[in-house]
Write a protein that binds this ligand. Structure first.
Ligand code: SAH
Length: 342
C-alpha cells in the first residue's frame, strides 16, 4: 500500500528523500507544491526531476475525499458531505464571517460518546479518521475558498477528537508547521465532550491550541442525561482537569453551551453554570440547539434564549452568543451524514 503524503511532517519527508538518495531541499519544494500551490498531483510538480516524480507516484498517494454533496445556506455557510476511500461519509462545514473564515472538521466516522442531543450520535461509530483524512479536509476547503483565506479551524464536526488522540496531535503538528498550512496556535480549536484523562494528556504534549469543552449543563444529573460521558468523567473531575489545563495553556478555555428548551436554560441552570465558571479562567459560548429530526428535544424561542442570556449577564465579559449558522442546511454536527445513512 502506498503511504499518504498528507500525513508526513517535513522531517519525515526529508528522511524518506535521503533514503532514496535525493537531496534534502526537495522536501521543501514538494511541500511548497502541496501547501502553497495546492497541487495534489505529483506529475504537476515540474521543479522535480521526472525520476523523482515517478518515484513519488509509486510510493505515495493523496487519497483526497470526494465531495459528494455541497449545501449552501442563505447565510453563506457551506456544508460538505465527503466520501472517503472506504466509502465512509464525513462532513465539514465552512463558515464565512466578516473577518474570518472558519472550517469545522470531523475527527471520526460517527462517534461513540452518544450525546443525546447530537445528530452524529444517531450514526454507528465506524472508525477514527487517519491523520491524512483530517489534513485532507483542510486541503479541500482551501481549494474551495480559492483566493479567500481560511483563518480558523475548529474540531467541531463529527466525532470526539480526543478519542482519536494520536492522529489529532499529528494532524495539528502538520497544520501548524510553517512549511505546511502554517496555522497559528490561537486559530485552531479542539472541542471535546470532556474526555478528562485526554485533556490532561493534551496539556502534557505542550501543543499550543485553544480548547473548547461542550458543557451543556453544569448540573451533574442533567449533564449525565444529556451526555453519558459525564457518568464516567463527572463535572467535579472535568473542572479539576480544566483548571490544570489552564495552568499549562496559553489561552482561556471556552465552554460551549447548547441551549435546549425546558431543559438547561432555567434560573437554577444559570446559577449552576455561573458557579462552575467561577473557578475556571474561561469564556462561555451560548448557542441555540439546532433541531435534529427524531430527537426528543426542542429549540428554545428567541425570548427564552434572551432570558437565559440575561441570567448569565453577571458573567458579561466572558459570555458570547453564537448565532446558529446554517440552520436551513442542517449544519449541526452530523446532521447531513445522518440523513444519508438513515
Ligand atoms: N465531540 C466534540 C466535537 C463535536 S460536537 C464535542 O463534543 O465538543 C461540536 C459542538 O457541536 C459541541 O459543542 C456540541 O455541543 C455542538 N452540537 C452538537 N449537536 C448540536 C446541535 N444539534 N445543535 C447545536 N449544537 C450542537
Amino acid at each position: 500500500m502506498t503511504k499518504k503524503i498528507l500525513e508526513l511532517l517535513p522531517t519525515e519527508l526529508t528522511n524518506y528523500l535521503i533514503s532514496i538518495g535525493e537531496k534534502e531541499y526537495r522536501a521543501k519544494q514538494i511541500f511548497n507544491w502541496i501547501y502553497n500551490k495546492r497541487s495534489s498531483d505529483f506529475n504537476e510538480m515540474t521543479s522535480l526531476s521526472e525520476n523523482l516524480r515517478e518515484r513519488l507516484n509509486s510510493d505515495f498517494s493523496f487519497n483526497l475525499p470526494i465531495i459528494e454533496q455541497k449545501s449552501i445556506s442563505q447565510d453563506g455557510t457551506t456544508k460538505y458531505l465527503l466520501s472517503l476511500a472506504d466509502d465512509a461519509k464525513i462532513e465539514m462545514v465552512l463558515i464565512p464571517n466578516e473577518k474570518k473564515n472558519t472550517l469545522c472538521i470531523s475527527s471520526q466516522v460517527g462517534c461513540f460518546r452518544k450525546c443525546e442531543f447530537c445528530a452524529t450520535a444517531t450514526l454507528e461509530f465506524t472508525r477514527n479518521l487517519e491523520t491524512y483524512e483530517i489534513i485532507a479536509q483542510v486541503f479541500l476547503a482551501i481549494n474551495e475558498l480559492k483566493e479567500t483565506k481560511l483563518t480558523n479551524l475548529v474540531f467541531m464536526g463529527m466525532g470526539e477528537p480526543l478519542d482519536n488522540f494520536d492522529n489529532l496531535v499529528k494532524a495539528i503538528n502538520i497544520m501548524q508547521h510553517d512549511l505546511c498550512f502554517n496555522f497559528s496556535p490561537r486559530r485552531i480549536t479542539v472541542s471535546t465532550s470532556g474526555v478528562v484523562p485526554k485533556i490532561t494528556d493534551l496539556a502534557d504534549t505542550g501543543l499550543k491550541i485553544k480548547l473548547a469543552v461542550s458543557l451543556n449543563s453544569a448540573n451533574q444529573t442533567k449533564r449525565e442525561e444529556l451526555m453519558p460521558i459525564s457518568k464516567k468523567y463527572p463535572l467535579t473531575e472535568l473542572k479539576k482537569a480544566l483548571i490544570d489545563f489552564r495552568k499549562k495553556a496559553s489561552y482561556r478555555i471556552t465552554l460551549e453551551y447548547v441551549m435546549i428548551k425546558d431543559f438547561n436554560i432555567g434560573k437554577e441552570d444559570a446559577n449552576a453554570l455561573i458557579k462552575f465558571m467561577g473557578d475556571i479562567s474561561c469564556k462561555l459560548n451560548l448557542i441555540k440547539w439546532n433541531a435534529v429530526n427524531g430527537l426528543k428535544y426542542e429549540a428554545p424561542s428567541g425570548n427564552e434564549v434572551e432570558r437565559f442570556r440575561k441570567l448569565m449577564n453577571v458573567q458579561k465579559s466572558a459570555v458570547t452568543f453564537r448565532r446558529s449558522r446554517g440552520e436551513d442546511i442542517e449544519a449541526a454536527c452530523g446532521q447531513l451524514a445522518a440523513k444519508n445513512v438513515h
